[in-house]
Design a protein around this ligand. Sequence first.
Ligand code: GDP
Length: 416
Amino acid sequence: QMGGRGAGAPENSPLQIFVKAKKKINDIFVEIEDYVKDAVNYMHEIEKEQQILDEKSVRQAEEFVQKVHGIKDVLARDHMKVAFFGRTSNGKSSVINAMLRDKILPSGIGHTTNCFLQVEGSPSDEAYLVLEGSDQHCSVESVASLAHALCKEKLKESEMVRVYWPRNRCLLLRDDVVFVDSPGVDVTPNLDEWIDKHCLDADVFVLVANAESTLMVTEKNFFHKVSTKLSKPNIFILNNRWDASASEPEFLDQVRKQHQERAVDFLVKELKVCTPDEARERIFFISAKEALLARLAEQGQSPTATLAEGFQSRYFEFQDFERKFEECISKSAVKTKFEQHSQRGKYIASELRDVLDRLYLDAQHLRDDKLLQRKELHDKVNYTEQQLMVITQEMKQKIHHMVEDVEQRVSKALSE
Ligand code: GDP
């Protein structure tokens, strides 16, 4: 069991927008598949008996079966992808763990993520990882073994390790959210390669910043790059380690205001990815470490921690982030992924309709031609009959005249 879920019960989670849309569009493609298959079978039957079908139309319709199949395959693999960026030790792994409600990714000193890590639901109940360029499943029992497995391998910073985690242990994984953790943007990466390899299909980006310092040029640069390659990426900014501010309550509001203003300016004026109102829904002050501890305690996995002043409001803000994040990612994924599928579905349906329309017209022409032929034949027969009648009539008269003539001549000869 998942324990209490702050962001609401699974059935009213905003992720359901995606989950339901995926089910619905899949059902539609099942119908389209039936329709296309029926049409192809019908064409094959006609092909045997009649000459009205051109080869091209039949092949075209057969290709639609393959296409629909391909779309259904892609659809089954469609997911919502979120990618986390920020400097080393800002708390990216901690945020992901808190959202997953479990210590899945190694975090802390000595466990800096030096490659890309993708966490997604495992198709089986097992936890395992797969290294880039390999399809070997390395089983992972625990975080310790995951960390160990990662250290053992010499991984390049742009390489991707996929972690498959049992779906039933986390709602977000069950609902097809895929998490990507990145090496710190401060490790002088080849940003272009990162973005091209791992980010172009991300629905949401989360910048994990350190609330104890201001946004760094390296962090900003990364998102400048992203927004040159993607139009209006969805970016959330988490000011993490906000618990540290609890020790200096006299500056709390002032510091928050300053961070908030700078982050809004960054999203609105520098990146131009949203309006000021939208930006305010994208910036949060949280403590990932506390949120994870609180959740582990809720699930009885760790003793109740002593939490710093203001924990409740930070935890509330973390849950608020999760809700806004879920809403954003599911809407964005529906739009970017399913819009394409529905365009293709519409195209296939209308092309197939054209093929069938042509077939119908050809059949109609054929019928008309046959009718016409029959009529012509009919007319010919009539004409001949008439001719025959005329001829016989003439013949009759001629014979009649001849007989009369002969009779006249005979009687004349007799009287002479
Ligand atoms: P990453 O390198 O960005 O993935 O950072 P990690 O998640 O590994 O975190 C680095 C260190 O910061 C770890 O020791 C965490 O426990 C700690 N940490 C993460 N989030 C917080 C937080 O909100 N508050 C505090 N005080 N420490 C945090």
